[in-house]
Design a protein around this ligand. Structure first.
Ligand code: CA
Ligand code: CA
Ligand code: CA
Length: 534
């Protein structure tokens, strides 16, 4: 759905899937051996740990914002003890005023950023005034390379905008179709209503009826309208904001200079922002209260969630990602969850420096692989553990999404993968977690897989605090649950046929699509460490 935030919310299009029926409850906590479900082995791990006591661990969630007073999150939200709330003073002198639960890099004195342009649109807007009126022969020698880049960006920008526009329009069409079905059949939209509807000679409706039939195969008609509306809003917003002057809008709301990458101290202390859906869901997976008899059960017991808002609807800015990492490291986080990404990173050096800083300060970064069913070995996405200086950090875990479904469907159909780029898989399909307004919803995405793995990392850091970030990653990699069977390659394989390129359903082993060839498992990790006398 959104490029930036890896939530799979709405539709069957471009690797986006609808919420499915029939998932086992709290399946991400279950264990392949004990429960015959490929969860992360959390409950078994607590049995293995027995009476052992853990330390408090702070996990920073760099995301869209979090509903900090959600009934199932409020007891696990980090509080900056050295900061007196709401006195307008930076009591702990960390550069941020009244930062009690974290910080938002996406707000100013009064307003918050909700939508942002695509990074591609911002790059386009930077280059357009310089080159759009020039012919190639008019470009000075030292600018030829940038001009070439502009030509490439132009093409990619138009493709991307068209694709988003199409998604948006399709969703509007489907919503409109649902209205007509309900009106004609005089019943609320369902499989039966869709079947009963007579599209007459209306060709578009005949097509939409078929598309809906497919969509309804695996989805809940009750939540379909919500999901379509949410999707339409997200795509519409992204297109609209990509057409506006991104830097001026940013200046007007946040008040910083988006081109000045050295600025750190801007933003506000509104932790929720306008759309805390994604960040709240992610936080619940890691740490929702396990003992309050409410809602869901999160993975980690001794965790506090530090809220860092840096990811809008649209593409996050490198500057904000870097500053959120610095904040997390400087204020005590041991694990940082990053369920976001993009395919262009114009200020990667700034993010690299922050990633290196986290490594130097022993903080583990857990990152979602992305939802485009793409091979990351072939196409780069950002942020990443490979730095521009050619080095690779050791404090980075790259996570693909797995499913509770058996056999060939064990890997999420939308998950990015990569034999050399994705470390392991973690639960990321139909995960039930906390969302704003004291509610709970299912969501799918590598956005959910990353916190499933970050929760495991937090448990290890809590019970085995002597381990370094790199050692925590190593243990998680070493103790994955392997899978010997074959799974469907996400997105299939494009093959040339006489009639042109076609997508073929291809089966692969997990070793062909990840470094470890397995699923994260907390119990295995804990057992291994205890056997080592840790
Ligand atoms: Ca402060
Ligand atoms: Ca204060
Ligand atoms: Ca709970």
């Amino acid at each position: 759905m959104k490029k930036s935030i890896y939530l799979v919310g709405a539709l069957l299009f471009s690797g986006v899937v609808l919420a499915q029926k029939g998932r086992p409850e709290n399946w991400y906590l279950l264990d392949p051996s004990a429960d015959k479900v490929y969860g992360a082995g959390i409950e078994e791990a607590y049995k293995t740990l027995g009476e052992r006591k853990g330390e408090k661990v702070i996990v920073a969630v760099i995301d869209s914002g979090v509903e900090v007073d959600h009934e199932d999150l409020k007891d696990v939200i980090w509080t900056n003890e050295d900061e007196i709330p709401n006195n307008g003073i930076d009591d702990d002198k960390n550069g941020y005023i009244d930062d009690v639960h974290g910080w938002s890099f996406l707000g100013g004195a009064k307003e918050d950023i909700n939508y942002e342009a695509l990074e591609l649109a911002r790059i386009y807007q930077d280059l357009e005034p310089k080159y759009s009126s020039l012919q190639e022969y008019e470009v000075p020698g030292d600018k030829k390379e940038e001009y070439k880049y502009w030509l490439k960006i132009q093409v990619e920008y138009e493709e991307e905008m068209n694709a988003n526009m199409q998604q948006y329009q399709t969703m509007l069409l489907l919503l409109d179709y649902m209205d007509r079905v309900e009106k004609q059949t005089n019943q609320s939209f369902s499989k039966a209503a869709n079947k009963a509807y007579d599209p007459g000679e209306n060709g578009t409706d005949q097509q939409l009826q078929k598309i809906m039939k497919l969509i309804l195969l695996g989805s809940d008609p009750g939540s379909l309208r919500d999901e379509l509306e949410h999707g339409a809003e997200a795509y519409g917003g992204m297109v609209e904001y990509s057409l506006m002057d991104a830097d001026s809008l940013r200046r007007a709301v946040v008040g910083d200079n988006p081109d000045d990458l050295t600025e750190k101290f801007y933003g506000c202390n509104r932790y929720e922002g306008p759309d805390a859906m994604h960040g709240s869901h992610v936080s619940g997976i890691i740490a929702a209260s396990r003992t309050n008899d409410l809602g869901i059960i999160g993975e980690a017991k001794n965790v506090e969630i530090m809220v860092l808002r840096a990811v809008p609807n649209g593409d996050e800015r490198d500057k904000d990602v870097a500053n959120a990492i610095y904040y997390a490291v400087d204020n005590g986080a041991k694990v940082i969850n990053m369920s976001f990404g993009k395919y262009y990173s114009p200020n990667k050096d700034a993010v690299d420096a922050a990633v290196k800083y986290a490594q130097d300060h022993d903080v583990l970064l857990v990152h979602a692989a992305g939802n485009d069913a793409k091979n990351k070995d072939v196409e780069d996405s950002y942020p990443m553990r490979y730095l521009n200086d050619g080095s690779e950090v050791t404090n980075w875990l790259e996570v693909g999404a797995s499913s509770y479904k058996k056999g060939k469907n064990l890997i999420a159909s939308f998950s990015n993968y990569g034999k050399t780029k994705v470390d392991l898989f973690a639960p990321g399909v139909d995960i039930h977690s906390t969302v704003p307004d004291q509610k709970y919803e299912d969501a799918s995405g590598t956005s959910m897989a990353s916190p499933s793995a970050a929760g495991v990392a937090a448990i290890i850091r809590s019970y085995f605090p002597e381990l370094t970030a790199a050692e925590v990653r190593d243990v998680m990699m070493k103790t994955v649950v392997p899978y010997k069977g074959k799974v469907l390659l996400p997105g299939g394989e494009v093959v040339e046929t006489k009639k042109g390129p076609k997508t073929k359903k291809t089966k692969v082993t997990l070793e062909e699509i990840s470094i470890t060839g397995g699923f994260v498992n907390c119990n295995n990790a804990v057992k291994y460490l205890m056997e080592q006398g840790k």
